[in-house]
Design a protein around this ligand. Structure first.
Ligand code: AFP
Length: 357
């Protein structure tokens, strides 16, 4: 049945054999995949699993945790807590790094994850996901928070699992982006989408338009032009999708192109965006770039942002390369004041909304 098919383990051996510590990285990614299978089994039980509803607790961001948020976090920690492979972990759900028990040398890798992204959608049976990123740990000491504050360009692997009609693992180890589908009957991830390529051009965008009045002018300009369709400057009609589950919105873009925006807005001036740089933006940016797409804050390449805080939020604009370049150009024109129709005194004059990233 598997003749000619590539399983995740086979893929990892083939793609990591030239790395010094490729065996360890492969081991860690197999652990992540095992955690993903367990989370898939739990989410797949739906309401029958008894895990729907709030846990009655809040995470570090002050957001209500669902029971599945807490369970998925525990599953990731328990599956990957193996010294020698991983030196430390950081999760969107935990304020501080998660220590790894060790009775020998500390591992060479740091694992960063969002255990259940889009979890507010679970009760509606909408696709959710797990996002992860692997960084190197250069020191032989137990890692502290500062060790995790590495820009996305330093990631050695990243990916996400999507728990949809099928469970998929989409992964990059810096050699393209590849998609594996979980064969539930035998419990194997099988390579079904090798070398995913995001089309450079698109006519589809994804953004929560209920926030439109809070966006900066370059994003308002872009979306206004898309909505004008064939009668506007873009001279073609655009389609819009918003699932409110980042993995699902991004997965669609990987499959058929598009643009995903969760831009800077001024709903809350203390938050420069909704999504987290380390747990969501960087891993997805790595996957998107390796698929030929681009990922930006609007002002700079996302993966070059140096994190200042483990739970830092960031504007996220990613997808088809030509569209991202256009949106970056609109941000540049706005900064230079050459975007006349879209300049609003609300922004430029209030330094509060002037962004550095
Ligand atoms: P939850 O994990 O709380 O459901 O948040 C999901 C998410 O971080 C991301 O997956 C979505 O793109 C985004 O929030 C949706 O946010 P809005 O509800 O503001 O559109």
């Amino acid at each position: 049945m598997y003749t000619g098919r590539t399983t995740l383990s086979k893929f990892l051996i083939e793609h990591l054999q030239d790395l010094d510590d490729g065996g360890q990285l492969a081991g860690l990614l197999v652990d992540v995949a095992a955690a993903v299978k367990t989370i898939a089994a739990l989410t797949g039980r739906g309401a029958l699993g008894g895990h729907h509803g709030d846990a009655g607790s809040e995470n570090v961001h002050g957001e209500a945790q669902t029971k599945l948020d807490v369970l998925a976090d525990t599953i990731m920690i328990e599956h990957c807590n193996w010294n020698g492979l991983v030196a430390g972990m950081a999760s969107e759900e935990n304020e501080q790094p998660i220590p790894v028990e060790t009775d020998g040398p500390v591992g060479r890798y740091l694992l960063v994850f969002d255990p259940l992204d889009g979890s507010s959608n679970v009760a509606m049976n909408v696709s959710v996901g797990t996002i992860f990123s692997v960084l190197r740990h250069a020191s032989s000491e137990t890692p502290v928070a500062a060790d995790f504050l590495q820009p996305g360009v330093r990631q050695v692997a990243a990916g996400y699992a999507i728990y949809g009609p099928a469970t998929m693992l989409v992964l990059t180890v810096g050699k393209g982006t590849h998609g594996f589908t979980l064969d539930r009957e035998v419990g194997n991830f099988v390579l079904t989408h090798p070398s995913i390529a995001i089309p450079p051009e698109t006519s589809e965008f994804a953004i929560n338009t209920s926030n439109e009045r809070f966006w900066e002018p370059p994003v308002q300009r872009y979306v206004t032009e898309c909505k004008a369709g064939a009668t506007g400057v873009r001279e073609r009609d655009f389609n819009m999708r918003w699932i409110a589950s980042m993995v699902a919105d991004v997965h669609r873009i990987l499959m058929r192109g598009g643009v995903f925006l969760y831009p800077r807005d001024f709903r809350d001036p203390t938050r420069p965006g909704r999504l987290r740089l380390m747990y969501e933006a960087n891993p997805i940016a790595f996957v998107v770039e390796q698929a030929g797409g681009a990922a930006s804050t609007g002002r700079m390449r996302l993966m070059e942002v140096v994190p200042e805080d483990m739970h830092q939020r960031i504007p996220v604009i990613l997808g088809s390369r030509a569209e991202i370049e256009r949106i970056e150009r609109y941000h540049g024109e706005y900064e230079q004041g050459t975007d006349k129709p879209y300049r609003s005194p609300l922004f430029k004059e209030r330094s509060l909304y002037r962004a550095e990233v």
